[in-house]
Design a binder for this molecule. Structure first.
Ligand code: AMP
Length: 284
């Protein structure tokens, strides 16, 4: 048997659970163990490496793993020359510059000469250097948001999703350095075929499916046009005659975010027995 394809994924933190769930939804069956460094997938020639999210870019760049899943912020911070094969639709956050609420730091130019605490010193230094604003970065691995309170730094650059942690710590966001989410990464040009490509296709299919719902309903045949206008589907809805005369079953794929708004309109157009189902995988 050929050597297994290796995929490096986070072994703890915010990306751990959603990443394992994504691989599971893609059909890979494996044991999730906090203690082991790696595990073999039961139903494919794949080995999963459980590593720190911030080690993923390096391991893929060094060829230890062919594929990796990590945050775009960590990819940028590592400066590893990797290609983003797919954005994965979870782990959304932004890297933001923030200053104490009471300070007179109103804009990015007010950061000139300040000490800026961050777990992302490379991205931070590059951002301010590109704008010609001289700062000193203080590298912290955690609890970045308390640095100004402790007198360690004047301001921070940190990840934000809801913004509540910053508020609680008396910080005000001043600028966004970058948006981040989880991503599948690889060395450029290496996902052209074979198992890497298969995995990338499977993951994309799961991500696409999560954004869609399968909607089925019964309707009078003369309501098909009105209903089709509401749910055009991937190409066109499927219309199947029912044994009851004059009735059809209409089936289509609808954006998950739109379902709530469309259902009352479908009912008004004559649909009944409407079912909304999740989709496991979708290749358009
Ligand atoms: P963690 O291992 O939990 O410290 O976080 C690892 C990664 O999760 C980060 O580098 C981001 O890519 C992602 N993430 C998503 N939302 C957040 C957030 N609100 N704070 C920190 N990290 C986040």
């Amino acid at each position: 048997m050929t050597a297994p394809l290796r995929i490096a994924i986070p072994n703890k933190g915010r990306l751990e659970q959603p990443t394992a769930a994504l691989l599971g939804d893609a059909g890979l069956s494996f044991e999730l163990s906090r203690r082991s460094l790696s595990t073999l997938v039961r139903n494919a020639n794949i080995e999963i490496l459980f590593v720190r999210a911030d080690d993923v870019p390096e391991l893929v760049a060094d060829g230890v793993a062919e594929l990796g899943i990590t945050g775009l912020d960590l990819l940028a911070e590592s400066e590893a020359p990797l290609e983003v094969i797919a954005k994965l639709g979870y782990g959304h956050c932004k890297l933001a510059a923030a200053a104490p609420t009471g300070s007179d730091i109103a804009g990015i130019s007010d950061f000139k000469g300040l000490k800026v605490a961050t777990a992302h010193p490379t991205v931070t230094a590059r951002f301010f250097a590109e704008k010609g604003i001289g700062i000193t970065t203080i590298r912290l691995r955690g609890s970045v948001e308390v640095a100004p309170k402790l007198g360690v730094a004047d301001a921070i650059v940190d990840l934000v999703s809801t913004g509540s942690t910053m508020l609680v710590n008396g910080l005000r966001q001043v600028a966004t350095l970058m948006q981040s989410e989880a991503a599948l990464v690889a060395l450029p040009g290496t996902v052209a075929g074979g198992d890497s490509r298969r995995v990338a296709t499977m993951l994309r299919a799961v991500i696409a499916a999560r954004r869609k719902r399968y909607v089925l309903m019964n309707a009078p045949a003369d309501a098909v046009n009105a209903i089709s206008d509401l749910i055009p589907g991937l190409e066109a809805p499927t219309v199947v005659p029912l044994t009851a005369k004059g009735l059809v079953s209409i089936q289509s794929v609808v954006a998950a975010d739109d379902v709530w708004a469309i259902l009352p309109d479908l009912e008004r157009a004559g649909a009944s027995g409407i079912l909304v189902l999740p989709i496991q995988q979708l290749i358009p």
